[in-house]
Design a protein around this ligand. Structure first.
Ligand SMILES: CCNC(=O)c1c(-c2ccccc2)csc1NC(=O)CNCCc1c[nH]c2ccccc12
Length: 329
């Protein structure tokens, strides 16, 4: 089996959602496919009503295929301190034509304000490894793991785009979506993430710097978050750039031209164009722009978030020795 789903850029590439059908008849929710976590959770009829703000709610009582997982709960806290928790049903889940008949669906009973205020997302579709799923008394499996037996190949692909619709593929590689060859690198999933190591970087047209950059491929995080040495070197090339306490990161005059950013993938590389490195004006000051590259300090890892991923066609290859494939497009 194979399929694909349109990835819709929300709020200027801040996140990307896909339509996911849950239940019989199908209830379609827009979920943020998140390779940086492993819980499939949804806004639901059980979510505190004062924490709902326009989201579509999954209602298990309207699905003839839902089944309550008695005694199961879940509770997650992301690095940005956002949280959600609730109980769990199984139901039929279909994404891009690929169906899992008994997928654990985690219903939110409570969510923190970041999720309430994000009316573009009805929940998260965690696609990292089962070891970091938060269900109790025991972990439940991701859609990707449950779909393995029915997928032609045990992989999914990400073709995220800047300010326009991209796509996620399941079970196959669409060679029309990239140019040249796909370069595969090993994945370290010991922390439950799609962890990998880049061999270095270049700022604009400057010389390449060989240095190991170990981080995670994370569709659920907007920005590219790297070591301070790289980040400081990058913003040294932009007049008027400064690391702002007010805005919580590097900002610069929106009139500045900003360099592109290249990162190594094995013996090849991916170039993030200049315009991806500017996420746009900060709130209440349209002459100050916020950088797409920010510090990883305090994150515990570097993060190749959407700013980096949307510059490439990326293959998430599952199995006993998972790998990541990167291609230019
Ligand atoms: C900003 C979201 N990212 C993180 O918190 C995060 C961190 C992290 C750690 C410490 C401080 C800040 C971030 C490490 S890995 C990692 N990645 C994930 O946790 C991936 N899942 C993010 C889900 C998520 C959290 N807050 C949101 C708000 C909108 C859409 C999605 C989300």
């Amino acid at each position: 089996d194979e399929g694909s789903a349109t990835a819709t850029s929300q709020n200027s590439d801040q996140e990307y959602t896909i339509p996911v059908s849950i239940g019989t008849p199908g209830q379609v929710l827009q979920l943020d496919l998140d390779t940086g976590s492993s819980d499939l959770w949804v806004f639901s009829t059980e979510t505190e009503s004062d924490q709902v703000n326009g989201q579509t709610l999954y209602d298990p009582s309207q699905s003839s295929s839902s089944s309550y997982m008695s005694g199961y709960t879940w509770s997650i806290q992301y690095g940005d301190q956002s949280t959600s928790n609730g109980d769990i049903y199984t139901d039929t889940v279909t994404i891009g034509g690929v169906t899992v008949s008994s997928q654990a669906v985690e219903l939110a009973q409570s969510v923190s304000s970041e999720f309430t205020s994000d009316s573009n997302s009805d929940g998260l579709l965690g696609m990292a490894f089962d070891s970091i799923n938060t269900a109790k008394p025991s972990a439940v499996e991701t859609f990707f793991d449950n779909a393995q037996s029915s997928l032609d190949s045990f992989l999914f692909t990400a073709d995220l785009k800047h300010d326009t619709a991209g796509s996620y593929g399941f079970g196959y590689i669409d060679s029309s979506l990239y140019t040249g060859d796909i370069t595969y690198v090993d994945v370290d999933n010991s922390q439950g993430f799609w962890g990998w190591t880049s061999g270095g970087y270049a700022i604009g047209s400057d010389d390449f710097t060989s240095t190991d950059i170990t981080g995670i491929a994370d569709t659920g995080t907007t920005l590219l978050c790297l070591d301070d040495s790289i980040v400081d070197a990058y913003y040294n090339e932009i007049d008027g750039a400064n690391n702002s306490d007010t805005y919580g990161g590097y900002v610069f005059p929106c009139s500045s031209s900003v360099p592109s950013f290249t990162f190594a993938v094995g013996s090849s590389n991916i170039v993030i164009p200049s315009d991806y490195m500017n996420t746009g004006a900060v709130p209440d000051d349209d002459s100050t722009c916020f950088g797409g590259l920010q510090s990883n300090s305090g994150l515990g890892t570097s993060i190749f978030g959407d700013v980096a991923l949307k510059a490439a066609f990326v293959v998430f290859q599952g199995g006993d020795s998972p790998t990541l494939g990167w291609a230019t497009k």
